[in-house]
Design a protein around this ligand. Sequence first.
Ligand SMILES: *Cc1c(COP(=O)(O)O)cnc(C)c1O
Length: 228
Amino acid sequence: MKTSLERLKFVRHRIEKACITAGRQSHQVSLLAVSKKQPSEKIRIFNKLGLSSFGENKLQEALQKQRELTDLDLEWHFIGAIQSNKTREIAENFNWVQSVDRLKVLNRLSTQRPEQLDPLNICLQVNIDREPQKAGASPEEIMQLAEISEGLANIRLRGLMAIPRMTNVPEEQHLSFKKVRMLFDRLAKAGHDVDTLSMGMSSDLEIAIAEGSTMVRIGTDLLGIRET
Ligand SMILES: *Cc1c(COP(=O)(O)O)cnc(C)c1O
């Protein structure tokens, strides 16, 4: 069994290697630890090892861990499907929401973000391969949502999040990530002040970094097999 430190070193090594290959600098890619279905104790361990950003995809599970970890200074990212009746608790308890894919949710998050907190950091989730079963807005909808987000007081648009289609064909995998990157560039060209391209998970972080990812979201290879 690998220790947590060994896992962290290995993931960091992979990120560094991918950056070198891509001619990028490793500080350009941040690491989000995806702690879904992992106990609070694991978050504590990885925080001691230097990580402070954690991603969760289920609201109740996340709130429970937040209550158990109030003594730590953590940055929480919501990365799961959002029901619109849950937006208030999300707006009140997270620093980032990476899975915004429709107007209703965007509006509610802005309205419900408490005034005394910083604006909520948002990534719009794009369904880049237009897979019917998958969450995320179409590229056209993304451009509209970005435009609207600029007028919302308590939202700060940071960029895009995507989970491209899984395939064993490396060229296809590259192409999907490249399409996300091109949409990100379009947002920047349209005048949006975006700095975050959240793509790449345990199995494909190298390809995502080659195509311009600035944030990889790593669960399994960092925290181990999830409890079910
Ligand atoms: C679970 C999850 C991840 C991490 O996946 P791993 O393959 O375990 O690294 C990343 N992003 C999202 C949105 C997830 O739900």
